[in-house]
Ligand binder design. Structure first.
Ligand code: DC
Length: 209
């Protein structure tokens, strides 16, 4: 079974994807980490503005070397959003994601274009969202918890900029697939959100076994 989960930054999709993967015993790929790894390398090389260099980094990406903790900073998230708008970067990461999804038994993938581009035939698709203010609050707490200096107003401004870039780009923009189920976590705690996600996946898979 393939479970495709999309949504904007800090919507809770990553946590839900991990929980669903554990529940169903499926491998999980946080596809944002791929774009973060490319953005981080371009930043380190001082070549974030160089499109060809970012495509080359994406083509050479070794997923075994990804360090999720090191990649979750705000600066790398911003760099990821910049490189993710480039069609060549997206094309370079496409096969890897499709191969991950095609594993026997299935997989859970979360990102921005999983239900629309990477796995359009996934039987279970969720689009997880929440208000920008609630998402900024979550991201703010996460950054403070990791010891990163942050101001709520800056985090909210960054979330709005990222939303606009991720949704406004020409190549595979953040969008809800027509056949995805919408899960708004604005008013939900993690346990309630997980119960709702599980119910939506169960209902989708009973319709498309
Ligand atoms: O989910 P995240 O914050 O780790 O994602 C980082 C950036 O990568 C995000 O701004 C948009 C981009 N991204 C994407 O374009 N497509 C995906 N499937 C996953 C992430």
């Amino acid at each position: 079974m393939i479970i495709a989960i999309d949504g904007p930054a800090a919507s809770g999709k990553g946590t839900l994807a991990r929980r669903l993967a554990a529940h169903f015993g499926l491998p999980h790929l946080d596809t944002g980490l791929l774009y973060r790894a490319v953005g981080a390398q371009c930043l380190a090389d001082g070549r974030l503005g160089d499109e060809a260099a970012s495509v080359a980094v994406a083509e050479d990406l070794d997923v075994r070397t990804l360090d999720p903790e090191a990649l979750r900073t705000a600066a790398i998230g911003e760099a990821a959003s910049v490189v993710a708008a480039r069609p060549g970067v997206r094309a370079a990461l496409l096969d890897l994601q499709r191969r991950f999804a095609a594993q026997p038994g299935g997989a859970v993938l979360d990102g921005r274009d999983i239900g629309t581009v990477i796995c359009p035939d996934a039987p279970a698709k969720l689009f997880v969202t929440a208000s920008p203010e609630v998402r900024a609050e979550r991201r703010y707490k996460e950054l403070i918890g990791r010891g990163e200096p942050a101001r709520f107003e800056d985090v909210l401004a960054d979330i709005r900029i990222r939303d606009a870039r991720d949704s406004g780009r020409a190549s595979a923009p953040l969008a809800m697939a027509e056949d995805a189920a919408l899960l708004d976590t604005t008013q939900l705690g993690i346990e309630e959100a997980f119960a709702a996600a599980l119910a939506l996946v169960d209902s989708a898979t009973s319709r498309h076994p």
